[in-house]
Ligand binder design. Structure first.
Ligand code: NAP
Length: 324
């Protein structure tokens, strides 16, 4: 890797790539955008003109390039594992958008191959790399809300506007929005969560899109109540409820770089707002990925995190049963 920078190839000119990840990679000194692939040459060209790198037509063509060390993979979820396996076969590290896999079996296969090849496979949960969550964890550890009793989290997005003569569209699917509360519960309640309840509400029952809820419990008995949905008023937050107070944070997941986070502490009716500094979670996740490769860090925790997430999602799906 020349100059200790990871040369990244981008597979697919996705919305999330152009809105958040590629502008952030341009600001991350450990990363160089080396190539951008699209099925459409025009799109590859326009992305490369904006963000740098060589435009490439076709994902396989990008994977064949020796000047690419790693790939960023923002394809639709159903294509994540297929193209991750092809990238690993080509000897590339992979930073893949969430949700990494559509099943636990697929996740296990990809994590195993990454381990066998000695390559880094990371699910791009960018929100984990925003400093607001370590500030929250510090407040809780310092006893700001007493002993932790419960966690709750919601993530939901509105229906996109209807196009000319078309019904309202959705770019996202239920697993894409469910992924955030499920991952956030592990951030605060640890690795040993068990799923004790799951519910999935079919599209059309209320609202045009599906929604869901889950109940998890930690080994010490702290519960996590999670709700997620499409065609919902926008919600992106969590709360921690303790023996002596209640802490809440909004804009917790898709946090804009310039957003000033406010942690609200409600203790016995006295409300205090703790104002934090903005942070750049996409710049940070790209840095974490590159740093781990450049410094030859331990790749295993990232694979284990993928498997824990996939196991919880599979357990929720099983309890939620058939769509109602
Ligand atoms: N981290 C976040 O905040 C965040 C936010 C939104 C989405 N995401 C995740 O990022 C991923 C991409 O989401 P997105 O909304 O950005 O997707 P998108 O705009 O629909 O882009 C997906 C890209 O995949 C490529 N593609 C290849 N085969 C395709 C096919 N059969 N159908 C559609 N596209 C195909 C296309 O690139 P080419 O045409 O250029 O080949 C397309 O631009 C998802 O996993 C999503 O959950 C993450």
């Amino acid at each position: 890797m020349p100059g200790d920078r990871v040369r990244i190839g981008v597979l697919g000119c996705a919305d999330i790539a152009q809105r958040r990840m590629l502008p952030s990679m341009c600001r991350q000194p450990l990363v160089e955008i080396a190539a951008i692939a699209s099925r459409d040459p025009g799109r590859a060209g326009s992305f490369a003109a904006r963000f740098g790198g060589v435009p490439v037509t076709g994902y396989a063509e990008l994977l064949a390039r020796p000047d690419v060390d790693a790939v960023y993979l923002p394809l639709p979820p159903g294509l994540h594992v297929e193209w991750t396996l092809r990238a690993l076969d080509a000897g590339k590290h992979v930073l893949c958008e969430k949700p990494f896999a559509t099943s636990l079996t697929e996740a296990q296969a990809a994590v195993r191959v990454a381990g066998e090849r000695g390559l880094l496979l990371m699910e791009s949960f960018m929100f984990l790399y925003h400093a607001q969550h370590s500030a929250v964890a510090r407040l809780v550890a310092e006893g700001a809300i007493g002993e932790l009793r419960g966690f709750s989290s919601d993530f939901g997005i509105p229906a996109l506007p209807a196009g000319d003569g078309h019904p309202a569209r959705h770019a996202s699917t239920l697993p894409e929005v469910a992924a955030y509360p499920v991952r956030a519960a592990q951030l605060f309640l640890g690795d040993g969560l068990a799923v004790v309840g799951g519910y999935r509400c079919a599209a059309g029952r209320f609202g045009s899109q599906p929604s869901g809820a889950a109940l998890l419990v930690s080994p010490s008995g702290v519960t996590a109540q999670l709700r997620y949905g499409l065609d919902h008023g926008y919600r992106s937050g969590y709360a921690l409820w303790g023996s002596a107070g209640y802490l809440s944070l909004d804009r917790a997941f898709s946090t804009p770089d310039e957003h000033v986070p406010v942690v609200r502490l409600d203790r016995g009716g006295t409300v205090e707002d703790v104002v934090l500094a903005p942070d750049q979670q996409f710049v940070n996740v790209a840095g974490e990925f590159a740093r781990t490769i450049v410094h030859n860090g331990d790749f295993r925790p990232y694979g284990e995190a993928i498997l824990r997430q996939a196991r919880l999602v599979a357990a929720i799906d099983e309890l939620a049963g058939a769509t109602r």
